[in-house]
Structure formats: structure tokens, C-alpha cells
Design a protein around this ligand. Sequence first.
Ligand SMILES: C[S@@+](CC[C@H](N)C(=O)[O-])C[C@H]1O[C@@H](n2cnc3c(N)ncnc32)[C@H](O)[C@@H]1O
Length: 296
Amino acid sequence: MHALHARLPKNFILEERLERFANFIEPAPWTLKGRWAEACYPSLGIVNDFEDVLNNTDKCSKEHSVKKPARFDAVHLDLGCGKGVFTCDIAVMHPNILFIGMDSEPICIAYAAQHASKAKLDNVIFVPGDAAKLSRYFSANEISCIHLNFPTPFPRKKECTKRLTHAHMLNSYREILAPDGLVRLKTDSIPLYRFSLTQIESAGYKLRWKSDNVREMLPNDPATGYELRLTAQGATVHGYEITPGPRPQSIELDMSMSLIDYLPEDLSELDYIPHGMQGTVTNLRNKRLRSKNKQI
Ligand SMILES: C[S@@+](CC[C@H](N)C(=O)[O-])C[C@H]1O[C@@H](n2cnc3c(N)ncnc32)[C@H](O)[C@@H]1O
């Protein structure tokens, strides 16, 4: 059983929660492809006057005004949003932006929708979906910013393409990002961060900034659920902001794909073990100890 399921409260019935907070969940994201900013606008059906026409027209003579559908100014995607703590908190700060939280775990979506409902937000929607299928859910240029907050590290080589910062993933984000769109990474994991930096150029992206202390760099950004938990355990937040450049003809990947190779050589240097790598680090420490003992 998934660790998340094991921790569920006794009275948690997934279907019941999804139904109760259905106003904050879009179960068929492909139906909104290309029209998220309009379709999720709270006063859907109400129309605004074009500002320029308003400026030249008697505001009282409605018959002279030109109408356009009301829409959000921009759409941001919180990919792998977990329980939606960051999604909801950043949405409060930017009421003109639609924040879409997506997670492959329906339980996370249920919790996130409950959070948005409690906070009475009207610029947040949660989507149960997989990062590998983004072009089914969104049109070209539709997304201004993709937030990758504490993505699952998938340390093993055979799972590397599931990492949300893998060059093939970055390449798929290009299909939905605006030309000046951004991908912003935050992670507690130095190995994942180092690996992620190697993917940027291969995917034809440009680095806008990188940091070993994102909390200091972006002090006004709300903390994510994992950030609160992991920084309390001694983590610091590493991250970057990148933007798509010219599309590469092919994606060359000659770097190491196992996160083990991005750990420090001396594991005793590691005073904080990144989330999701406890098993990997323990196995590696034991393996090195065994081979040292054999040599004696
Ligand atoms: C470590 S949690 C971080 C949650 C949240 N972003 C935070 O910082 O608190 C990673 C989340 O990513 C989700 N996830 C992993 N792979 C995914 C994928 N391919 N598509 C969508 N969500 C994914 C997991 O279900 C999990 O909820």
C-alpha cells in the first residue's frame, strides 16, 4: 500500500470527498483545453466592456459598448501539487491569475480541493492528471508558468524519465508554455537539483537564475506543504527558473541518469538526506561499508 494511503484518517472516503468538493475539481481537463482562462472565470457568462471602447463611449449607453468574455490574465500550473497548500496560498496573492493544481494522486486532489473550498478561492482549480499527458489538457501558449515544487525524485536510472525536470519532460512543457513562459523548480534534494541543471541545455531552455537558497531568493513566495515539513527536518531549498529557447533538433543525453551519481562522494558529508532517497543512501552506505570490510 502507498504510504499516503496508510496515513489516511479512518473517516476518509475518497469518492465522498471528491463529490463534496467537486466545485474545485475538473475531472475532464481535456474538455477545457485552450479555454481554461475563460471557462474557469468566476463570473462566467458576464461580459466586460473593452476598456478602449469604454474610454470613448458614454458608460451609460450600453448599446454602444463592445463586449468580450471575462477571463483570467494568465494561467499557472502547479504540477505535482500534493495537497495544494502552495497552490491556494499563491492564488490568494494573485487574484487575476488562474492557478491549476495537478496531481496524479486523487487523494491529494481531494485534500487540495477541500483546502480551496475552506479558503473560498475562486481562482483555483484542481485536476487529477499525469504530467506525461499535458498536451492533452492544454493548448500551445496556454500556460505562463509551471511550478515544480519538491517533485518526486525517482532516484533510480530506470525511472529517470518520470522526473518532472527530465529533458523529455521539459520538452513536453514547451508544447503548452507561452514563448516567454517559465518553469520554476524548488527541491530539498541536491542530487535532483544537480541532475536537473544538466537537463536545461539539452532541452533547449535558458537558465534565468539558480539558487541554493530559494527561500532567501523568493522571500514572498508561500511555502509548500513539503517545504514546511522538510525544512523543519534541516533541508534547504534549491531551485531554478528557466524559459524555453530555440527547440533543439534532437535531445542529447550523455549525462548520468542515476541520482546516486549526483550524491557527494563522501556520504558522511551528507547531514541531510533528501526526501525519497533515504533507502538509496542507506543501501549505498551499507554497500561501501561491506566492500571496505572485505578489503580489511
Ligand atoms: C513530494 S510531493 C510534493 C507536493 C507539493 N508540490 C509540495 O511541495 O508540497 C510530489 C507530488 O507529485 C505528484 N506526482 C509525481 N509524479 C507525478 C506526475 N507524473 N504527474 C502528476 N503528479 C505527479 C505526487 O503524487 C506527489 O503528490
